[in-house]
Design a binder for this molecule. Structure first.
Ligand code: ADP
Ligand code: ASP
Ligand code: MG
Length: 468
């Protein structure tokens, strides 16, 4: 069971989460994965970045985090001796924040390794609070640092778990606890290199921690507890009438996650596909509701479209000129340059009439990507085979997702005519060969209208799938 930031957002939420665990632990063996209390990771990263830029009027984060977690401890643990024990576990971690902040401020530099260490503090604190709360309500429980269990490569901010090693470590660190009737509470988001240096799995990565551990331990099921009823037909913040999907396939969920549905980290489904472990998304605030079940087969619908997603904060890079189309090796050179800066390409589209290739990356990666492209194409720019490499950061990607879109004619046509009726200009289009999605690029300011228009066109607010 994984609990996200809002599900452990304050003492009351932590208690509610602990009760969910306790209920399940009566019938099965449970491993708990927790996120940081909501907002904590953002605050840690913002402070570290401000200090690295030499800003001085930065919050004393060590003190505020200590106060926040101690206040939760006061509510969650009644007995004074046990309260002091818990605080003695939390204190050195908040102390580390002070040291890290001092170091960053002196060096005026935030290396990826230091960035990972700072941003992991929230999970290290919340795991201790959760374990203590479970003990308080009668379970045997300990906090476990995922650095010892989730072995990853050394990409400190986007680390990739090594499944064989994670299995070995899980059997050494977690299995014996379960066999002894102890409920482990593992820090989400965090991993560690073979040498034990802390890494992180990318923002929102606790979902991925949960499925990685679930797969390693061959769990019967994985439950991701969050603050919405499950996976909805669209982000409820964009489309208030979005409806709950009772069952979707791994492919659909992966596509939604990849194209911006924040409810799941993009890599969440990877570890479970082979073992066909079902993943549930459920609301920790209303634990009696069913949620969404993600399985290999999902739940077919009549028209194929299941959900709409959108990604803001992306940039479109266009490489254009007469030498582009048909020239052998241009695409290879383009993607080699993009890969050299480890930018994640979200969408590619090539047009022969316009003589250009355009690709979309996270806006955070745009500057370095363009730099790499300009250097790769330096000679072509001089000879005018490539005339321009330009960036447009005022755009968003919208994706229409569904398993049965394959072979369903007319989906693209209906999508684009709905956009036309709403006077939304389409900048670029891409259809994945998997046909799990049709995605297109619009101006950033038209993103929400585009999502609403397509959601309306396919009547996704009306129940199409038979509820479970
Ligand atoms: P947690 O802290 O539990 O990991 P997140 O904030 O990361 O939770 O993800 C849950 C949020 O994802 C929801 O509150 C919702 O606003 C957003 N979201 C975006 N798209 C969807 C969708 N299609 N279905 C459900 N939630 C979505
Ligand atoms: N706390 C981490 C983040 O905010 C990981 C997570 O919540 O999944 O990115
Ligand atoms: Mg999340």
């Amino acid at each position: 069971m994984k609990f996200g930031g809002t599900s452990v957002g304050d003492a009351e939420c932590i208690r509610r989460a602990a009760e969910i665990v306790a209920r399940a632990a009566r019938e099965s063996l449970v491993v708990v994965v927790v996120s940081a209390m909501s907002g904590v990771t953002n605050r840690l990263i913002a402070t570290a970045q401000n200090l690295a830029q030499g800003k001085r009027d930065v919050d004393d984060l060590s003190t505020t985090l200590r106060a926040q977690h101690f206040a939760a401890a006061d509510v969650l643990v009644a007995d004074e001796a046990r309260q002091s024990e818990l605080k003695a576990e939390l204190e050195p971690i908040t102390g580390e924040v002070a040291n890290l902040c001092q170091g960053i401020s002196l060096l005026r530099e935030l290396t990826p390794r230091a960035h990972a260490t700072v941003s992991s503090i929230g999970e290290r604190l919340s795991a201790r609070l959760m374990a203590a709360t479970l003990r308080e309500i009668g379970l045997n429980s300990v906090a476990v640092e995922a650095t010892d269990v989730i072995v990853t490569d050394d990409q400190y901010l986007q680390a990739e778990p090594m499944m064989d090693r994670v299995k070995e470590r899980s059997n050494v660190r977690l299995r014996p606890l379960l066999d002894d009737g102890v409920t482990p509470v593992v820090t989400g988001f965090i991993g560690g290199t073979v040498d034990g240096v802390l890494t992180t799995l990318g923002r929102g990565g606790s979902d991925y921690s949960a499925t990685t551990l679930g797969a390693a331990l061959e769990a019967d099921e994985i439950i991701i507890w969050t603050d919405v009823d499950g996976v909805l037909t669209a982000d409820p913040r964009l489309v208030p009438s979005a409806r709950l999907l009772r069952e979707i396939s791994y492919n659909e969920a992966a596509e939604l996650a990849y194209f911006g549905a924040k409810v799941l980290h993009p890599k969440t489904l990877r570890p479970v596909v082979q073992a066909r472990i079902p993943v549930w998304i459920r609301n920790s605030f209303t634990p009696d509701k069913g949620g969404t079940k993600i399985t290999a087969v999902g739940h077919p619908t009549e028209h194929g479209v299941r959900a709409i997603t959108a990604i803001p904060n992306v940039s479109m890079i266009t490489i254009g000129g007469p030498g582009i189309v048909g020239a052998i090796g241009v695409a290879a050179k383009t993607f080699q340059a993009v890969a050299s800066v480890r930018a994640n390409v979200l969408l590619i589209s090539q047009s022969s009439s316009e003589n250009d290739i355009c690709l979309i990356v996270d806006s955070a990666d745009a500057t370095q990507t363009v730099k790499a492209l300009r250097s790769a194409f330096a000679a072509d720019l001089v000879h005018h085979d490539v005339e321009h490499i330009i960036v447009n950061s005022d755009i968003a990607i919208v994706a229409v997702v569904g398993e049965n879109m394959r072979g369903t004619p007319g989906i693209a046509g209906r999508t684009f005519s709905a956009l036309g009726k709403s006077s939304i200009n389409i900048i670029a289009i891409a259809q994945g060969s998997s046909e799990y999605n049709v995605s297109f690029v619009v101006e950033a300011k038209a993103m929400q209208d585009a999502v609403v228009a397509v959601h309306d066109e396919f009547k996704l607010d009306q129940a199409a799938d038979v509820g479970l």
